[in-house]
Design a protein around this ligand. Structure first.
Ligand code: BEZ
Ligand code: FE
Length: 252
């Protein structure tokens, strides 16, 4: 393990040193960077910074070549132990939850298309204003979080609303660095899932709404074309949108 730590820290430091030399970093800039590190710690934003700027590379390295459906980053807003829902599998929400009502459904299979009964889909998302429950005060506890199981044929269905795009906090050090670099602070509208079943690798992923802004400019660089979904008016329920998505899991 210490060889691994030595290898990684030496490589990271060498690359930082090279960037300092190549960009003629000044003492003032070094002191400003130290102050920024302190502020990220004080604001509790290291997980946010990591998930915005680093996680996508780790995810692609770890899972980019895995069989089955594409994964993407977990992000900082997952909460374990969301309620296990009963049919008809509607994510908990406010009585007047804003946003377009939506149903999405599909199948969970292995990577050869054999259905997996009893697979678990742990689902969480921002509301239509981009707020995640448990992290932002304007979304009530447990809002738009729940776990859903596939039936005997591997089918699942989830009733929810279309989420809004989300901006990382603009007044914290991660947002200030993002603004100072002239980058967009937005993530496109997306629904998070962890799809799991005994004997299979858990799939951590997100489904991106095709009509959302920022699909080609995600601050967290987590969009993959295979993960963009196309909600369309339901043919059976007026006023409701609908889309399909099948998940294929890789064996352990
Ligand atoms: C998100 O999925 O909401 C997220 C991911 C990375 C950083 C911030 C938010
Ligand atoms: Fe998210």
């Amino acid at each position: 393990m210490s060889d691994r730590v030595d290898q990684l820290i030496s490589d990271i430091l060498r690359r930082i040193h090279e960037a300092i030399v190549e960009n003629d970093v000044t003492y003032e800039e070094y002191q400003a960077a130290k102050q920024w590190f302190i502020e990220v710690g004080e604001a509790g934003e290291w997980p946010l910074f990591g998930d915005v700027y680093i996680e996508h590379v780790v995810e692609e390295g770890a899972f980019g070549n895995r069989s089955g459906s594409k994964g993407t980053i977990l992000g900082p807003f997952y909460l374990p132990d969301a309620p296990v829902l009963d049919a008809p599998f509607e994510l908990p929400h406010r009585p007047d939850e804003p946003g377009d009502p939506t149903v999405f459904h599909g199948r969970v299979t292995d990577d050869e298309g054999t259905p997996i009964p009893g697979a678990n889909l742990d689902v969480w998302q921002a509301d239509a204003q981009g707020s995640y429950s448990g992290f932002m005060v304007d979304s009530p506890e447990g809002n738009l979080r729940g776990q859903v199981r596939t039936d005997a044929d591997g089918h699942y269905g989830v009733r929810t609303v279309i989420p809004g795009p989300y901006t990382i906090p603009l007044d914290g050090p991660t947002g200030k660095l993002t603004a100072a670099a002239g980058r967009s602070p937005w993530r496109p509208a997306h629904i998070h899932l962890i799809v799991s079943a005994d004997g299979f690798e858990p799939l951590v992923t997100q489904l991106f709404i095709d009509s959302s802004d920022y699909l080609d400019n995600d601050v967290a660089s987590a969009v993959k074309p295979e993960l963009i979904v196309h909600p369309r008016p339901s043919t059976s329920e007026p006023g409701v949108l609908e889309f399909e998505y099948d998940f294929a899991l890789a064996r352990e």
